[in-house]
Design a protein around this ligand. Structure first.
Ligand SMILES: Cc1cc2nc3c(=O)[nH]c(=O)nc-3n(C[C@H](O)[C@H](O)[C@H](O)COP(=O)(O)O)c2cc1C
Ligand SMILES: O=C(O)C(=O)c1ccccc1
Length: 387
């Protein structure tokens, strides 16, 4: 039986032909390489976070405070990392987080990510703020599994149009991001006076939308481009939304829905009460509320509050397969990675994203195997100790 850890043997064997990997296999090294390759503005956008970046750092430090306690002699000859999450079959509990404006990292943007996802069978979550339309990304993703992330625009008709387009182009689950109805105070971007949208990046799903076009008097051209940008600004986020509004989404989306950006157990309970199928414990990689609780520290309380009434996913701070193992042991059904693959995209396009996914999955499988675990469902807090 082939396993995700075979990537390790593949690398060693290629050494016999004097071939070594193009990118480091320690994924924590990618950030520094991306800094050398990207423009200062693009690098600042991905690496940066809110405020003085205390939460972004806390997200990483939280993983250091948990250590894995491996168990021996448990027959780990056969492993199976596959899981089903929000109705989607996955080779391992690892998902590509929604990351907008990917063309600022690589000319092929989300299309490269979509191809890497398809070739590994990993689920991608496409952002509303993508630099390519959801239809073009779907085509690049082919038969690969894909979910759609909604930034809920003020105009309800446009929101419905987004959902209908997503459904028609094969996105099977909806991820609704709650924590970013406006961008936070982000000094790296502010100091460079850098906002991708003002340069026309990240608006593809809006400008291609029939409801959006109707509002700006037709397709976006030189003649109406200022009006289009104003309409985008007016619509991007909606700070007035409340829990009651979720009924509207439930009505217009018949597949699974997960709420992203949950950090309090009571909010997780409200999500379940509102009929949501999942919650994603996330602080947006520390990019929204600086000083917010580390995402990993919020996870156990939310897992307990939700129980088996919905699926709990996790992101913010995952850089390695060992990190993923810790979040799974604390009760996450799957983890999403954001910056890790975005650095891969910046450094190597489709092949760079594939490298990151193969490293993450191989390291995760080896970590579980060496800790005495053959499948994700066997993991629990008993495999961790807090230091
Ligand atoms: C450059 C960048 C763009 C992002 N864009 C989006 C987005 O469009 N929608 C969204 O829900 N989250 C977005 N996120 C947040 C990620 O989905 C995810 O929550 C976060 O990156 C996880 O933390 P990590 O980077 O430490 O893995 C973005 C993150 C980054 C770094
Ligand atoms: O930068 C982000 O974190 C983010 O979520 C976002 C929001 C709007 C457009 C692109 C990215």
């Amino acid at each position: 039986m082939s396993s995700l850890a075979d990537f390790q043997n593949e690398i060693y064997l290629s050494g016999l032909a004097d071939v070594v990997p193009d990118l480091p296999t320690d994924l924590t090294k990618l950030e520094e390489l991306a800094e050398q390759k990207l423009s200062a503005a693009s690098y600042g956008y991905v690496a940066g976070a809110a405020g003085s970046e205390t939460t972004a750092r806390a997200n990483l430090e939280a993983f250091e405070r948990w250590r894995i306690v491996p168990r021996m002699l448990r027959d780990v000859a056969e492993r199976d990392l596959s899981v089903e999450v929000l109705g989607t079959a996955m080779p391992a509990p690892v998902v590509l987080a929604p990351v907008g404006v990917q063309s600022i990292f690589h000319p092929e943007g989300e299309l490269a990510t979509a191809r890497a996802a398809a070739s590994t069978g990993v689920t991608m979550v496409l952002s509303t703020a993508a630099s390519n339309t959801m239809e073009d990304v779907a085509e690049a993703n082919g038969s690969g599994p894909r979910w759609y992330q909604l930034y809920w625009p003020k105009d309800r008709e446009m929101a419905v149009s987004f959902l209908e387009r997503a459904k028609a182009s094969g996105y099977t689950a909806l991820v609704v991001t709650l924590d970013t109805f406006t961008l936070a105070w982000r000094p790296r971007d502010l100091d460079q006076a850098y906002l991708p949208f003002l340069r026309g990046i990240g608006v593809a799903n809006f400008y291609s939308d029939p409801v959006f076009q109707k509002a700006v008097g037709g397709p976006v051209t030189e003649a109406n481009k200022d009006a289009a940008l104003m309409h985008w600004v007016a619509n991007f986020g909606n700070p007035s939304l409340t829990w009651d509004d979720l009924a509207f989404l439930r009505e217009h989306w018949d597949g699974p829905i997960a709420l992203k950006g949950i950090q309090h157990p009571d909010d997780a309970r409200k999500a379940v009460d509102a009929g949501m199928d999942g919650v994603i414990v996330s602080n947006h990689g520390g990019r929204q509320v600086d000083g917010a609780v580390a995402s990993l520290d919020a996870l156990p309380g939310i897992v307990e509050a939700v129980g088996d009434r919905a699926e709990v996913l996790f992101d913010s701070g995952i850089r390695t397969g060992a990190d993923a193992a810790k979040a799974l042991a604390l009760g996450a059904k799957a983890v999403l990675v954001g910056r890790a693959y975005t650095y891969g995209l910046a450094l190597g396009g489709e092949a760079g994203v594939r490298h990151v996914l193969r490293c993450l999955q191989a390291e995760l499988e080896l970590t579980l195997m060496l800790a005495g675990v053959t499948r994700p469902s066997e993991l629990g807090a008993e495999f961790l100790t807090r230091v």
